[in-house]
Design a protein around this ligand. Sequence first.
Ligand SMILES: [Zn+2]
Length: 278
Amino acid sequence: MSNGKAIWWQNLSAQEVLDHAKKDDIAILPLGAIEQHGPHCPCGSDDFNAIGLAGKLSEKTGVMLLPCPMYGSHPAHHWGMPTNIPLRYETHIAMIEDIIKGATVAGFNKFIIISAHGQVSSTIVAVHKLGIDGIFTISLHWYDFLRDQKNILETGMWHADEAETSMALYLYPEFVDMSKAAKGGGTPLVDPKFIIGPGLPAGPGMMYHFEGTFGRPEYKELKNGIIGDATLATVEKGEKMVTTVVGYMAELIEDIRTRYEPGVKPLETEPPGDSPWA
Ligand SMILES: [Zn+2]
């Protein structure tokens, strides 16, 4: 199904998009955000990460990619940070719904959002609003597909840090200035032992890091816009992260393709009778 090239909706003619949907009706929506990423990485880092991951996934699997809308929604503590441009949750949720509903008109029936930015506050709401309308949508955050990050990274993953900067060095080194990379700060409002950081495995007595307003506003908290240590970033770590995450995402696409023929809407199928959880 793949000829090794990424398939972007906006680069194709209408007929080419329609023909693709008849053969494979899965579409990927990469989502990032416009957000400061320290003195060394660009404000579009999360978009470039989402676009880069989606591109590699399409090269590997031949899956259709929807254009990335660039702007995203943000957790509360990001608001007011200079150079961040957050969309209101309502705007972002509506945007995701409109993009995906628009793509269904061309014959696409299965959707995966690849988010490279912490915006579950709107993406998960959008998924369930679409689900009520019968549309199968998965919203994954790339770091959630990196539970084995301790094999790759020396530190936990946060923001403009070892992890994100490594990915930037691999995907868009022309926009990264490692001479400005530094260590950053950030102190949570409760003991960090309660918080499941991005990409880390869950343990007993822990909450997902977006289940509370666990951070003070970043404009007060962060001196250089970094949470973590960007000086530890390398292109090799970035390549390993991208390869690992794209590998898992390709498995997910294969699973969906194996279960549901093109044209089939997963939410409208009959239960098979035997449950993997029974
Ligand atoms: Zn980021």
